[in-house]
Design a protein around this ligand. Structure first.
Ligand SMILES: Nc1nc2c(c(=O)[nH]1)N[C@H]1C(S)=C(S)[C@@H](COP(=O)(O)O)O[C@H]1N2
Ligand SMILES: [Mo]
Length: 320
């Protein structure tokens, strides 16, 4: 039987990793006496990557439970291998391909209605932010859900750091553009780059969070490394990954999914079991790893913290 064994340098471009990663991986493979290619050992590649992460010493961060402890935490393996990340493909199993993304150096551009536009490196930003861990529910509009421990900082701390002017009403965030690695971006049917936004009062609500870690470690590339939004009272698509741009504006942005299909996805996207998606019910959800569906809660269970944001917005489509 003849089996073609790919060497590291024969890997297709989209599976390629940094040289040091490859060398580490090769050393491990040799040490273990396994005659198989690195591509077959994604678990090892992930472990290597974390060891090499210069922010690893920040984790685990101290847990803050002022928003409650929402229930049984989803298995790490599920939350890190079942993902939505259209830049890497439209199915759920993008985690391996996402490892090709280079996340250092990483620069975040702050622009628009701010005292002074600036750029900052991710590690410099991280060193200035108050890190903590929060266990949040996550509810995808497709009706799967999870409960995971994010590490990172309050979105409010980021907003304050950016010094928006009094006229700014929205904050808009964008994912990196890199079609050579994020090959989904070559599909011109989608309005790349992925863009999402919050109203300023939402962004400065205590619940809004920027995740830089997950399960007490730097966040994995498939989950949005090096930083992604977490707005747990909203449908998961609001939680833009791999952020490179933070812009303040007085105009409500039309974001990725709304541009694609405005009859199904809007700006506010707050979770509400009583407002069905045009093509399916939102009444229940399936936690990852569970056989049973459970009832979905209004604002995904965070109403006591965020319902007040919407009392003067009742005329808007708040739940799509
Ligand atoms: N850039 C980008 N961000 C994204 C998405 C995406 O396709 N691209 N998918 C969103 C959707 S629909 C969900 S449910 C969450 C999934 O996050 P997870 O993979 O960490 O569970 O990411 C959101 N952020
Ligand atoms: Mo989603």
């Amino acid at each position: 039987m003849l089996i073609k064994r790919l060497r590291g340098w024969e890997l297709p471009e989209r599976r390629a990793t940094s040289e040091s990663l490859y060398l580490n991986r090769r050393a491990l493979v040799q040490a273990m006496g396994l005659g198989i290619a690195g591509a077959a050992l994604p678990g090892l590649a992930l472990a290597d990557d974390k060891a090499a992460d210069p922010s690893a010493h920040f984790y685990p961060a101290k847990r803050d439970d002022k928003f409650g402890t929402p229930g049984p935490i989803t298995a790490e393996r599920l939350a890190t291998t079942y993902n939505n990340y259209y830049e890497f493909g439209t199915d759920k199993s993008i985690w391996r391909d996402a490892q090709a993304l280079q996340i250092r150096p990483w620069t975040i551009k702050v622009s628009g209605m701010v005292e002074k536009p600036f750029e900052i490196g991710f590690d410099d930003l991280l060193a200035k932010m108050p890190l903590e861990e929060r266990v949040y529910r996550h509810r995808c509009v497709e009706t799967w859900s999870m409960i995971v421990p994010w590490s990172g900082f309050a979105m409010k701390a980021l907003v304050e750091f950016c010094k928006p002017t009094g006229s700014a009403k929205y904050v808009v965030m964008q994912t990196l553009s890199k079609p050579s690695v994020m090959f989904g971006q070559k599909d011109f049917l989608y309005p790349w780059p992925y863009t999402e936004g919050l109203a300023i009062d939402e962004a400065t609500n205590d619940l809004a969070f920027i995740a830089t870690g997950l399960y007490g470690k730097p966040i994995g590339k498939q989950n949005g490394a090096p930083l992604r939004l977490v707005a747990p009272w909203k449908y998961g698509f609001k939680n833009v990954k791999a952020i490179v741009s933070v812009e303040f504006t007085d105009k409500r942005p039309v974001c990725f999914w709304e541009k694609l299909q405005s009859s199904e996805y809007g700006f506010w996207a707050n979770v509400n079991p009583q407002v069905p998606h045009p093509r399916w019910s939102q009444a229940t959800e399936k936690p990852l790893g569970s056989a049973e569906r459970i009832p979905t809660q209004i604002y995904n269970g965070y109403g006591e913290f965020v319902a007040g944001l919407y009392t003067n917005r009742k005329s808007e489509k708040l739940f799509m």
